[in-house]
Design a protein around this ligand. Structure first.
Ligand code: ZN
Length: 319
């Protein structure tokens, strides 16, 4: 088998495209192999390979609302209701959890004839934060490198950890064509029950700071325990060399706690969006660290949009 076919075979298997053939332009070459007369997808590897270590296990975790997306999905869909209806739901004090509150909005929507398709369309209209298309492009490039022999030990896993719900996450992945680069996602469960969405807790936990539906510290620690025993079960003593978590909100603080505790070969990074709640939790208005940031043992980087984040990822995470 030629070197080139070997690359294609590996990448096909990596992306599970066995029945959807595609072609690749090998780095620094301007030709490609047709794999099918019916459909050809061409990927061009244009990343600076010097940015990537040849043997590194990396995990990137993204929050979704106000991070990947430039809005909060749960707030956006409330516009599908009238102002009166929104106030009626908002003023009710019956909620024991975030999931309860979200379900109250869904109940009202069902009553008003708002369909699941209406909700999906609304979610899919939310734009990505500026610069995230470039970040996803870089991630796809790094994942493609794995098909090349010298980078076969480079693993970049990508996970979404969202306080929205699994349906929203799926709709976002589909809309922005990133299902191929996001390996896993964790969010609230969400079911279609007789044309109405119903969300449920992700897990139970003992964290005092988090809503009862989800604590990101436990979610990340459980996820890593799980991946070591599943995806990497055949890799002796597998552990990630470096983890970065990208987020903005108060519930992302527990993610910072998680990556502070996880034993890795390099320092982990918490990448905090400037001007949002997590930033204000960690620093005062003059930029001095607050006690909560001193608790964290990971590195902290700040970013405003995806372009700035991209630079942080390149400088602090990939190398
Ligand atoms: Zn927590």
């Amino acid at each position: 088998m030629s070197f080139r076919s070997n690359i294609l075979r590996k990448i096909n298997s990596l992306f599970k495209f066995k029945s959807k053939p595609f072609s690749i332009i090998k780095p620094n070459e301007s030709e490609y192999i047709d794999m099918s007369k019916s459909k050809i997808i061409i990927y061009i590897i244009d990343i600076d390979k010097n940015l990537i270590d040849k043997k590194k296990n990396l995990l990137m975790i993204f929050d979704m609302d106000f991070t990947v997306l430039n809005e909060n999905s749960d707030y956006e869909i409330r516009d599908l209701l009238s102002k009166d209806d929104r106030e009626l739901v908002a003023n009710s004090k019956d909620y024991k959890s975030w999931a309860d509150e979200v379900n109250a909005y869904f109940n009202r929507m069902k009553l008003r004839g708002v369909t699941i398709d209406d909700i999906k369309n609304r979610i899919q209209r939310i734009p990505l934060t500026d610069g995230f298309n470039e970040i996803f492009h870089t991630i796809r490039q790094i994942k493609l490198l794995k098909g090349i022999e010298e980078y076969k030990n480079t693993n970049l896993d990508v996970m979404f950890l969202s306080g929205a719900n699994v349906k929203y996450v799926n709709w976002v992945l589909e809309k922005h064509s990133i299902t191929d680069i996001v390996d896993d996602y964790i969010s609230f469960s969400c079911k279609d029950i007789d044309g109405k969405l119903v969300v449920g807790d992700y897990h139970s936990h003992s964290c005092k700071s988090c809503d009862k539906s989800l604590c990101k510290e436990k979610a990340i620690k459980d996820y890593i325990d799980n991946i070591v025993n599943t995806k990497y079960k055949d890799t002796k003593n597998f552990k990630y060399d470096k983890i970065c978590y990208v987020g903005d909100g108060g519930n992302d603080y527990c993610a910072g706690i998680a990556i502070s505790d996880i034993n890795v070969n390099y320092k982990n990074h918490l990448m905090v969006r400037k001007g949002f709640i997590l930033h204000r939790m960690l620093y005062d208005h003059e930029g001095n660290p607050r006690p909560k940031s001193k608790v964290l043992k990971c590195e902290i980087s700040l970013w405003g949009d995806g372009y700035e984040l991209s630079k942080q990822i390149t400088k602090n995470f990939l190398i």
